[in-house]
Design a protein around this ligand. Structure first.
Ligand code: FE2
Length: 295
């Protein structure tokens, strides 16, 4: 199975062709990356200047790799940038939230009832050459799981656009289908622990209590990143040129970001009940593989 399919469309809002929507939904829920080679997120000349300035100013310090914007509160975090420059990027990030929401709801109307927008982020830091601990190193194949934000089975859907003003591509590696990925690592994962989940929540280290699902997903994330042989094996390499966009369930498709900068990214949380095929969700697959309820 190729990990990616191309979708030829150049508008962020529908109505979209019903056959295109149906196929896109099936491919997305099968874990594939939907690559939109003609879908550009347009920036004004002054916004491009801000983006370029961000690539020059961004430093790999304690602030993290991204400027982020919370569409529910309107607040932002400057991350690796000065406050003045981060403020200039809030407007295009807010517009990206709107565009990504319109795209997702237009392509997957059934999701509207169970969709929440999380943070928008802009990553001006070049990935190549960063030095990071293995757990934080997103150049290693992994499925997404958040240590401090339990999902309880909700999906992590992400929309990306490469807006690099100097036309650098974003380069990813793509891994195997989720079920094979889970089977590869499941026997090595620590057993889910309710007492540990309770402790983490009690001490404010998680926003809410981790479910067994969250603990298995974090275990998968860590097991894959820690496995040098798995990381060294061959995997599909995919470039996302500047001016293109892509959509993927990053909790399902093992991915690694090898190079590039200047991606806008919008995270959505999707309740599995609104999926066309909830049985394809990591929750259903892990429950089947372990033979137990995980949330
Ligand atoms: Fe990731």
């Amino acid at each position: 199975m190729s990990g990616m399919v191309s979708l030829h469309m150049s508008s962020w809002s529908g109505p979209f062709d019903p056959d295109l929507r149906k196929q896109a939904n099936a491919d997305l829920e099968a874990g594939r990356v939907l690559f939109l080679p003609e879908l550009n997120f347009a920036l004004s000349a002054s916004e491009l200047d801000s983006v370029r300035a961000a690539t020059q100013e961004a430093h790999d310090g304690d602030g993290g790799k991204s400027v982020s914007y919370d569409p529910t509160t309107g607040r932002h975090k400057a991350g690796p940038l000065s406050e003045a420059l981060a403020e200039r990027l809030v407007e295009p990030m807010a517009r990206f939230t709107e565009a990504a929401t319109s795209l997702v709801v237009g392509l997957f109307p059934g999701y509207a009832a169970g969709l929440n927008a999380g943070r928008t982020s802009f990553r001006p830091v070049e990935i190549e050459g960063r030095s990071l601990s293995w757990r934080k190193d997103d150049r290693r194949l992994h499925v997404d799981a958040f240590p401090s934000r339990p999902m309880g089975g909700k999906r992590i859907l992400r929309v990306f656009s490469n807006v690099d003003p100097d036309a650098q591509p974003r380069r990813w590696r793509l891994g195997e289908p989720f079920e094979a990925h889970a089977q590869r690592f499941l026997s090595r994962l620590p057993r889910p622990s309710r007492s540990q989940a309770w402790m983490l929540s009690r001490f404010g280290l998680t926003h809410g209590v981790q479910t067994s699902y969250d603990q298995l997903m974090l275990g998968l994330h860590d097991a894959a990143k820690r496995d040098a042989a798995y990381q060294a094996a061959e995997a599909q390499v995919q470039d996302f040129p500047a001016g293109t966009s892509w959509i993927v369930y990053t909790d399902q498709m093992p991915h690694a970001a090898l190079a590039g900068r200047c991606a806008f990214e919008q995270t959505f949380y999707v309740r599995p009940e609104v999926m066309a095929d909830p049985d394809s969700a990591p929750l259903a697959i892990l429950e089947r593989l372990t033979g137990r309820a995980l949330v």
